[in-house]
Design a protein around this ligand. Structure first.
Ligand SMILES: *[C@@H]1O[C@H](CO)[C@@H](O)[C@H](O)[C@H]1NC(C)=O
Ligand SMILES: *[C@@H]1O[C@H](CO)[C@@H](O)[C@H](O)[C@H]1NC(C)=O
Ligand SMILES: *[C@@H]1O[C@H](CO)[C@@H](O)[C@H](O)[C@H]1NC(C)=O
Ligand SMILES: *[C@@H]1O[C@H](CO)[C@@H](O)[C@H](O)[C@H]1NC(C)=O
Ligand SMILES: *[C@@H]1O[C@H](CO)[C@@H](O)[C@H](O)[C@H]1NC(C)=O
Length: 795
C-alpha cells in the first residue's frame, strides 16, 4: 500500500486538471489510497492547497487525523477525527477498496471507522477548498462530509444542523474534549453549556440566542463572515456574528476555544510579517459570551475557572484564572484544574486555640457565588462583624460582605469572579505566618493617610484595634452617605444627571465649546459647593437602539482614571437624551494651541507629546478594559490649566454606527491621522492609534499641520512625506528651521522624528506598541525606521 502511494500522488500532480462539479474544484482521493502517520506522506490537499487532510503531530502524545489550514505556518486545525484517542506513529488512514474511511493502528487494527458508510461505500474522496473533506458516491453525490461532524470549529459555508454541536478543546494545545460546548438544540435555540467533564453531556447553559422556538433550525456561517440561525422556512431568527470580512483577503474560522468563548477569527492571506489569527473586524460582536467570568454562575461545577480560583476578564477581554492569596494552582500547566490551599485548614477540634493563627485578607469586587452555608443580615452586621464571624468559624473559608449583609462560604469555593461590577468584598481566611507577603499587601492597600495613622497609633498604644478599625469604618461610611444613592452608578463614582439638571447647569445649552464627531459640547457649572466647571457632550449621532451599549461604554469610560485623560464626571441617560459630563479643560484644544498665531514653547510641546503617549499607553494596556481611541488628532487632545495633555473622546468609537465612522474617516483623506488599515479591511487594532500618534508627533515637532495645501514647496504639502524625505537625506534641520529652541535640541528632534516614522509604518505589525513608543521617547535607543510605504506594494 505504501508503495502505491507515491505513484498516486505523482499521478495527481501530473494530471493537474482539477475537475469542476457545481463550480467546485475537485481532486479525487481514489479508493485504496492511504496515509501513514510519521512516514513523510504528503497530506491530501485541496486544489488550492489551502486545506489539507492527514496526520498532524500533537507534542509527543501522538497524531491527530485532522484537517488544517495548510498555507499558514500555524497549520491551525479545524477538524479532527480522533481528538480523544491519538494515533501512534505508523497508524494509517485509508479509503478502503469498499469505500469506507478507516483509521488503523500500526498493527492494522481498526481504531475507528471515521466514516462508515455501509453498503457500497464511497466511490472517491476529496479535500475541498472550503475545508470540507467529502466522500462521494458514483454519481458525485455526497455520502459523508467532515462539515457534518464538526469538532470545535466552523468554517464559512459550513452549516450546523439541528442537534449538532461543537466541543471546546481541553487546552490550547490539547485537543481532547474540553469543558465547554455549543449546541444547536432541537428546540431551535443555539446554546453554550459547560460539560459535565470528563463527560461531554451538558451541565448547564451560560449563553444562548434566546427562545427561538421551532424545529429544523440551522446555524449558517456564510461566505461573507455572517453567522446566524435560520428557521426551516429560511427566516433569519438570530444573528451571532455580523462581521463582513472579505473572504478573498482573509482566512476565517469560528472556534469555541478552550476557555469556553466562541470567537470569530480572521487571518490575512497576503504576505506580510507578524500575521496571526485575530478577532474578526469589530463592526459587531466577534465573540460570545461577552463576559464569561460572570456568565458562568451555577451551583454545580466550578465556574469559568477551577475550584478555589478567581476568573477575571483581562484588557484583551479574555478570561484569566488566578488563585487567591494563600492558594496556588494544583497544576501550573492546567490552571482550570483549580487552586489548593498553601496552608493547613483551621482545626475544628480546637477552634478557640486556632483563631489567633488565622487572619483575613480583603479582596475587593470579588465574590464566590453559590458556595454559601450561612447568611446574616441585621443592623449589627458590618464588615468587622463579618470578619470575626468567619475567623471564629472553622468551617468558614471566606466570607463576603455587602452593606449590612454577610455570607459565609466553605470550600471548594466555586464561580469565583473579580470584576468591578461586583460590589461584594471577599474576606478570605488564611493561616498567618507569611510576614513578607503580608507586608507587601499592606503597602499596596490604598488606605487614606488618616486611617493609616489611626491603625499605627493603635498598634503603638496596644489598645483595641477592633474599636479603631470600627471607627475608620464608620467615618468612611458617613462619607459615602453624603452622595445621594440614586445619583451614583452602582459601582463607581459617576453621577447620573437628569436632563433638567444639565440644562440648568449649562444655562439652557447656551455656550457651545465645540462640536465633535458625536455632537456639540457645552460649558456648564455644577451647583454643588465647589461650583465645578464642566463640559457637557451631547451625543446626537449615537447608534439608534444602543441603550445597553451606552451603559456599557459609560461604565468602561467611568472606570478609567489617568492624568492624561479627561475625566468623566457623570452622564445622563433619560429618554432620548444621552449626554456625557466631563471636567472642563481651561486651555482648550491642542489644535488651537499649536496651530495658532504664535509658536508655543518647544519643551512644553515635548511634554505634551509624552503626555499623549502615556495616556494612550494607559488606554491600550493599563486600564481594566482595553480602549482603542480610533480618532487621535490635535482637536481631541485638550489642555488643562497646567497645559497637561488630556485625551478626550476616548471609549466612544464603539457608540458610533460603523458605516458612519467609516465615512467620517474616509472623508478625511488618506494622509490624515487615519491608519491605512481602515481602508484595507484589515482588523483594527491599537496600532491605528499608534499611527495617528505618529502624525500628531510630527505636528508637535514641526508645529504645523500634516496637510498644508499652501506650503512653500510642493514636496512639503504633506508633512509625513516631507519628514521622511528629510530624514532619508539627513536634513532634519529643514523641518524646524525657524524654531531656535528646537534647533538647539536636534538630537531630540531626530529621535522624535524617528519614533514618528516608526509609528506611521503602513504595515501595522511594524508599528511599535505605545509602551515601546513611550520608552523610545524617554530615551531608549531607537533603531533606524524603514520607509513607511514599503508595505503598500505587497497588499
Ligand atoms: C472521481 O472518481 C470517481 C470514481 O473513480 C469518478 O466517477 C468521478 O468522475 C471522479 N470525479 C472527479 C471530479 O474526478
Ligand atoms: C489532554 O488532557 C487530558 C486531561 O487532562 C489528558 O488526559 C490527556 O492526556 C491530554 N492530552 C495530551 C495530548 O496531552
Ligand atoms: C451573508 O449574510 C448576510 C446577512 O444576512 C448577507 O447580507 C450576505 O449577503 C450573505 N452573504 C452571502 C455570500 O450569502
Ligand atoms: C418562519 O418560521 C418562523 C419561526 O418558525 C416564524 O416566526 C415565521 O413567521 C415564519 N415565516 C414565514 C414566512 O412563514
Ligand atoms: C509564604 O508565601 C510564599 C509565597 O506565597 C510561599 O511560597 C511560602 O510557602 C509561604 N510560607 C508559608 C510558611 O506559608
Amino acid at each position: 500500500m505504501n508503495l502505491q502511494l507515491p505513484y498516486c500522488f505523482c499521478f495527481f500532480l501530473l494530471l493537474q486538471l482539477p475537475f469542476s462539479t457545481n463550480g467546485q474544484a475537485y481532486k479525487n482521493v481514489s479508493l485504496g489510497s492511504s496515509l501513514t502517520a510519521a512516514s513523510g506522506d504528503l497530506p491530501w490537499t485541496s486544489p488550492s492547497g489551502e486545506f489539507a487532510f492527514g496526520f498532524q503531530q500533537v507534542g509527543d502524545a501522538g497524531y491527530l487525523l485532522a484537517i488544517w489550514f495548510n498555507k499558514i505556518p500555524e497549520r491551525t486545525i479545524v477538524w479532527s477525527a480522533n481528538r480523544n484517542n491519538l494515533a501512534q506513529r505508523g497508524s494509517t488512514v485509508q479509503l478502503t477498496a469498499d469505500g469506507q474511511l478507516v483509521l488503523n493502528d500500526r498493527s492494522g487494527t481498526r481504531i475507528r471507522n471515521t466514516a462508515y458508510l455501509g453498503g457500497s461505500g464511497a466511490a472517491y474522496g476529496a479535500m475541498l477548498d472550503t475545508g470540507n473533506f467529502v466522500l462521494s458516491g458514483q454519481a458525485g453525490d455526497t455520502l459523508w462530509q467532515s462539515f457534518d461532524q464538526p469538532t470545535d470549529t466552523l468554517l464559512p459555508t459550513q452549516i450546523l444542523k439541528s442537534g449538532a454541536q461543537l466541543i471546546a478543546p481541553y487546552l490550547e494545545k490539547n485537543y481532547s474534549d474540553g469543558r465547554f460546548k455549543l449546541i444547536l438544540q432541537d428546540d431551535g435555540n443555539l446554546v453554550m453549556y459547560t460539560t459535565a467533564y470528563p463527560l461531554t453531556t451538558s451541565n448547564f447553559p451560560y449563553w444562548s440566542t434566546g427562545s427561538s422556538l421551532g424545529s429544523g433550525n440551522r446555524l449558517i456561517f456564510n461566505q461573507s463572515g455572517y453567522m446566524y440561525v435560520v428557521a426551516s422556512n429560511g427566516t433569519i431568527l438570530n444573528r451571532v456574528f455580523s462581521n463582513p470580512v472579505p473572504l478573498q483577503d482573509f482566512y476565517h474560522r469560528a472556534t469555541i476555544d478552550y476557555d469556553g468563548v466562541f470567537r470569530q477569527y480572521v487571518y490575512p492571506k497576503s504576505a506580510s510579517s507578524g500575521k496571526r489569527w485575530a478577532l474578526a473586524l469589530t463592526t459587531s460582536t466577534n465573540f460570545v459570551p461577552p463576559d464569561i467570568c460572570l456568565a458562568i454562575s451555577y451551583p454545580l461545577g466550578s465556574g469559568a475557572c477551577g475550584f478555589n480560583s478567581l476568573c477575571e476578564l483581562g484588557d484583551d477581554q479574555r478570561p484569566s484564572c488566578r488563585c487567591p492569596t494563600g492558594y496556588s494552582f494544583y497544576d501550573q500547566d492546567d490552571e482550570r484544574k483549580g487552586c489548593k490551599k498553601n496552608f493547613i485548614s483551621q482545626d475544628c477540634g480546637h477552634p478557640s486555640q486556632e483563631i489567633d493563627n488565622f487572619e483575613i485578607r480583603d479582596m475587593l469586587n470579588t465574590n464566590f457565588p453559590h458556595t454559601d452555608y450561612g447568611y446574616f443580615k441585621s443592623s449589627i452586621v458590618d464588615e468587622e462583624w463579618c470578619r470575626q464571624a468567619c475567623l471564629s468559624d472553622c468551617y468558614c473559608d471566606v466570607a463576603t460582605f455587602q452593606v449590612g449583609q454577610c455570607w459565609k462560604k466553605r470550600g471548594p469555593l466555586s464561580n469565583g469572579v473579580t470584576d468591578p461590577r461586583i460590589l461584594d468584598k471577599a474576606l478570605l481566611k488564611v493561616r498567618k505566618g507569611n510576614r513578607t507577603e503580608e507586608l507587601a499587601q499592606k503597602k499596596s492597600a490604598k488606605k487614606s493617610d488618616r486611617s493609616a495613622l489611626i491603625i499605627s497609633g493603635s498598634v503603638l498604644l496596644g489598645s483595641s484595634i477592633f474599636l479603631n478599625v470600627l471607627y475608620v469604618f464608620f467615618t468612611n461610611r458617613k462619607k459615602q452617605k453624603m452622595i445621594p444613592q440614586h445619583h451614583v452608578m452602582r459601582d463607581m463614582n459617576l453621577q447620573n444627571f437628569t436632563y433638567n439638571e444639565l440644562e440648568t447647569a449649562t444655562g439652557g445649552f447656551d455656550e457651545e465649546l465645540g462640536r465633535g464627531a458625536f455632537g456639540p459640547v457645552y460649558k456648564g457649572v455644577l451647583g454643588g459647593e465647589d461650583k465645578q466647571i464642566i463640559a457637557v457632550k451631547k451625543l446626537e449621532k449615537m447608534a439608534g437602539e444602543g441603550e445597553t451599549e451606552f451603559k456599557t461604554e459609560v461604565k468602561v469610560i467611568g472606570r478609567t482614571s489617568h492624568k492624561n485623560l479627561v475625566q468623566l464626571v457623570g452622564f445622563c441617560n433619560q429618554g432620548q437624551h444621552r449626554l456625557l459630563v466631563y471636567e472642563y479643560m481651561s486651555n482648550g484644544s491642542l489644535s488651537n494651541y499649536i496651530f495658532g498665531d504664535s509658536r508655543p514653547n518647544w519643551h512644553r510641546r515635548m511634554e505634551i507629546a509624552f503626555g499623549v503617549a502615556r495616556g494612550l499607553l494607559y488606554l491600550h494596556e493599563e486600564c481594566s478594559s482595553q480602549i482603542i481611541h480610533c480618532d487621535i488628532k490635535p482637536q481631541n487632545i485638550l489642555l488643562d490649566e497646567s497645559f497637561n495633555a488630556r485625551i478626550s473622546d476616548f471609549g466612544l468609537a464603539k457608540l458610533l454606527k460603523t458605516e458612519q465612522s467609516k465615512t467620517i474617516t474616509a472623508i478625511r483623506g488618506t494622509k490624515g491621522y487615519v491608519a491605512p488599515e481602515w481602508f484595507k479591511n484589515l482588523p483594527v487594532t491599537t496600532k491605528v492609534d499608534t499611527y495617528s500618534f505618529g502624525i500628531l508627533l510630527l505636528e508637535l515637532v514641526c508645529c504645523r499641520k500634516n496637510f498644508e495645501i499652501d506650503a512653500r514647496e510642493e514636496h512639503q504639502i504633506v508633512l509625513a512625506d516631507w519628514a521622511c524625505d528629510c530624514f532619508k537625506e539627513g536634513k532634519l534641520n529643514l523641518l524646524v528651521e525657524e524654531d531656535e529652541e528646537a534647533m538647539e535640541d536636534m538630537k531630540r528632534v531626530e529621535r522624535f522624528v524617528m519614533v514618528a516614522i516608526w509609528c506611521i509604518q503602513e504595515d501595522p505589525s511594524l508599528r511599535p506598541a505605545m509602551k515601546k513608543v513611550v520608552q523610545m521617547l524617554e530615551g531608549v535607543q531607537v533603531s533606524v525606521p524603514p520607509d513607511p510605504s514599503s508595505f503598500f506594494s505587497t497588499i
